[in-house]
Write a protein that binds this ligand. Structure first.
Ligand code: NAD
Length: 285
């Protein structure tokens, strides 16, 4: 029987601390850390994510500006909105909810966000800083996973870590963070040969592929720590991860459930990053 890594519990405890830190910062500086989130179009999942971010900000004492634009917003219009937020001293963090409508070049949009306000840490300058280990912001989901591992005192040093998935948002930065903590890291993907055998080597297995229940017991070594990043909705509307929890849980030493594992940690990191951006813009001018 695995220990369940309770993302809701960890997240609540970290958010309590963030709320205290925001309060202390605001009392000292007179400034309310503020996050602006831009949503383009009507994607229902994106709407839910944006609403959750808004609620979490307010709960932490962070100002939240929501900008909702129609699906036919042009790239130039979006760029000019970002530019205005870049110039606005009262906005410390900017997040453009992805995915964007097809006619907008995501890379161009990410590159337009002031790197000092890039609380998602997707801007190439911030990505480069992660590569060298000298960063201000970490991408929210991988950083949230590191917080979970730390909370449960799961040692990374010298451990075999296998990351399944190599996206810029999760897989690649996850691998770098595990490497930074002296894990021995293997990154795998859709072209990896005999993936189950590679995954079975892992002491710590992180799965971020977006394929419901893909990772079964045959991918998992007895006693491994299994982190499931996947969020997939089944035909009957149920949320499931990339890991087949029922078959993997009996083999794992620790495992994250879906929902209630990695998910809540992503917004928690976003709140921390927004406070950090406000602190840096106030004290490091
Ligand atoms: P992505 O589609 O950008 O990347 C998927 C990666 O998985 C690719 O690198 C691909 O090579 C790999 N992959 C796909 N099929 C594979 C296979 N059969 N075998 C091995 N590798 C395979 O996805 P992403 O943005 O990294 O997201 C992955 C999952 O994590 C999705 O379900 C997404 O919803 C979820 N997600 C959750 C959070 C959270 O807060 N919990 C945050 C971001 C993403």
């Amino acid at each position: 029987m695995a220990n369940i890594i309770d993302g809701k519990l960890v997240s609540a405890s970290l958010r309590d601390k963030i709320r205290e830190d925001v309060k202390a910062f605001t009392e000292k500086s007179g400034i309310t850390p503020t996050l602006a989130v831009i949503l383009v179009g009507e994607d229902p999942a994106s709407r839910v994510y944006v609403r959750n971010k808004h609620k979490a900000c307010l709960d932490a004492g962070i100002g939240s500006i929501q900008i909702e634009l129609p699906a036919d917003t042009t790239e130039d219009e979006l760029l000019s909105r970002i530019n205005a937020l870049n110039m606005d001293e009262n906005v410390h963090g900017i997040l453009v909810q992805l995915p964007l409508p097809k006619h907008i070049n995501e890379e161009k949009i990410i590159n337009a966000i002031d790197e000092k306000k890039d609380v998602d840490a997707f801007h190439p300058a911030n990505v480069g800083r992660i590569m060298t280990g000298k960063y201000d912001f970490l991408p929210c989901t991988p950083a949230g996973i590191m917080s979970l591992l730390d909370y449960y005192k799961i040692d990374i040093e010298g451990k075999k870590c296998v990351v399944i998935g190599r996206s810029n948002i999760v897989g690649k930065p996850m691998a770098l963070l595990l490497l930074e903590r002296n894990g021995t890291v293997t990154v795998t993907h859709s072209r990896t040969k005999d993936l189950a055998a590679v995954a079975r080597e892992a002491d710590i297995l992180v799965v971020a592929i977006g394929k419901p229940l893909f990772v079964t017991a045959e991918f998992v070594k007895e006693g491994a720590v299994v982190i499931d990043v996947g969020i997939n909705r089944t035909a009957d509307g149920k949320l499931v991860g990339d890991v087949d929890f029922a078959s993997v849980e009996p083999k794992a030493s620790y495992i994250t459930p879906v929902p209630g594992g990695v998910g809540p940690m992503t917004i928690t990191t976003l709140l921390r990053n927004t406070l950090k951006a406000a602190e840096k813009s106030t004290y490091e001018k």
